[in-house]
Design a protein around this ligand. Structure first.
Ligand code: SF4
Length: 415
């Protein structure tokens, strides 16, 4: 199949998102240098709202590690962590991030002039709702900095989220409050907590609307855009600024829909992506698909920051529910139904599963799920081997060949 000329339409609001991220990291950097505000490190789906209710600024190491991936710094840094006993088989976010720390480098300094290092840390707060790796990752920094690492150990393989699940997580969240108050040097303010939950919910609703614009044909958005546009949903939930920037983004996407403008030149095939992005290949992958007139329009990954259960009137309970409803900790039966619903909603012609070598938690193609789903939906599926951050674990040639053959298969099935 001959590749078409590649047309990728950049969103104007990307600049506003870039400014949001720059302001976010500069605020952390200033607090780190002045020592005027406490900084908590938090996992990307950790209890951020509790931390905001105590006045912490929040730094998310996973976002830093995604930057290590997208700047292609990660691959050379991972062996530094391997050398101190962290296996090449475990999360390459963890190994890249610890490797960067050991090497004394960060992509922040190039991206945001004036920042020389990652921010300081007064406490680390995790939720294992993604995986155990985050707990080990934070434990390493806890030993390094001599600060506490506290967190929530979540339920896994959850089918229906029950009151028992929720109440046990509420109990764990409540038991974090006292130790965190000691570090914050102040009490948890319930009004601030409710406010943070309300803002998180608004941010989540807007992010969901942003992602839903991809139901339009042609889609004004690609998955590859989404992986960078999601920055505010991850690091800024619980803040007004994230809401403001997403309102701008939504406006631009709706304008595109009204004008019938798609994110790529011509959208002939609509693809769903399951699993992590390959951070170091976002550009080449987006061009590869666009050149084949295929738009990867939706993903499990970007939707993971939609928390519709958040309710400011029941802050702790609703946080516990929202952070337990997360796709990644759910049963395969739930995941099958979830993906099936997305394939219908986004009118997808095909689905690609990324089997990320070092993240079994976000790889959903190892226990027969794609085959079961294909039998139910008749929607063709492709599995690609790769990794989120370690570029030694993928073959660009193989990926390209497999994707081209897959799009040809979709072409044949459309005839
Ligand atoms: S979910 Fe995967 S990528 Fe994220 S921290 Fe855990 S192992 Fe790493």
């Amino acid at each position: 199949m001959a590749a078409e000329e590649v047309v990728l339409r950049r969103l104007k609001t990307s600049k506003d998102i870039g400014k949001f991220m720059s302001d976010y990291y500069h605020e952390l950097d200033a607090a780190s240098k002045s020592g005027k505000q406490k900084i908590a490190w938090c996992t990307s789906v950790g209890p951020a709202e509790i931390l905001r209710g105590m006045g912490f600024l929040i730094y998310f190491p996973e976002t830093h590690s995604a930057m290590l991936g997208s700047t292609r710094m990660a691959t050379e840094l991972i062996p530094k962590a391997n050398a101190i006993g962290y296996s090449p088989e475990i999360c390459s976010y963890l190994t890249a991030d610890i490797g960067a720390f050991l090497q004394g480098v960060t992509p922040l300094s190039k991206a945001f002039p004036g920042i020389e290092s990652i921010p300081g840390c007064d406490v680390l707060v995790y939720n294992t709702n993604q995986c155990r790796d985050v707990q080990d990752w934070f434990a390493w920094y806890s030993r390094k900095f001599g600060v506490p690492s506290v967190g929530i150990e979540t339920h896994r393989n959850v089918g229906t989220v029950t009151d028992t699940h929720v109440s046990s997580i509420v109990g764990q969240m409540e038991s974090l409050v006292e130790p965190l108050e000691k570090i914050a040097g102040r009490r948890l303010d319930m009004d601030e907590l409710k406010h943070a939950v309300a803002l998180s919910r608004q941010c989540s609703d807007l992010w969901e609307e942003v992602l839903a614009t991809a139901t339009a044909v042609p889609s004004p958005l690609t998955f590859f855009d989404g992986t960078t546009l999601m920055g505010p949903a991850v690091v800024g939930r619980g803040t007004q600024k994230a809401i403001d920037v997403y309102k701008l983004l939504l406006e631009e996407l709706n304008e595109r829909i009204a004008q019938g403008v798609g994110a790529i030149g011509e959208e002939k095939y609509r693809i769903y992506w399951d699993g992590m992005p390959v951070w170091g290949r976002l550009g080449p992958h987006s061009k590869l698909f666009a050149g084949l007139q295929a738009n990867v329009i939706a993903s499990t990954y970007c939707s993971s920051w939609v928390f519709s259960a958040l309710d400011p009137e029941k802050p702790m309970e609703s946080m516990a529910r929202a952070y337990t409803e997360l796709f990644i900790v759910r049963s395969d039966e739930y995941k099958e139904n979830y993906i099936k619903g997305k394939l219908e909603l986004f009118h997808c012609d095909g689905i690609i599963y990324h089997d990320a070598k070092t993240c079994p938690n976000n790889s959903n193609c190892r226990y027969g799920l794609p085959q079961r789903l294909q039998a139910q939906t008749n929607i063709p599926a492709l599995m690609i081997n790769g990794d989120l951050n370690d570029l030694r674990l993928l073959s660009d040639e193989q990926t390209k060949t497999n994707i081209e053959a897959f799009i040809e298969q979709l072409e044949e099935s459309k005839v």
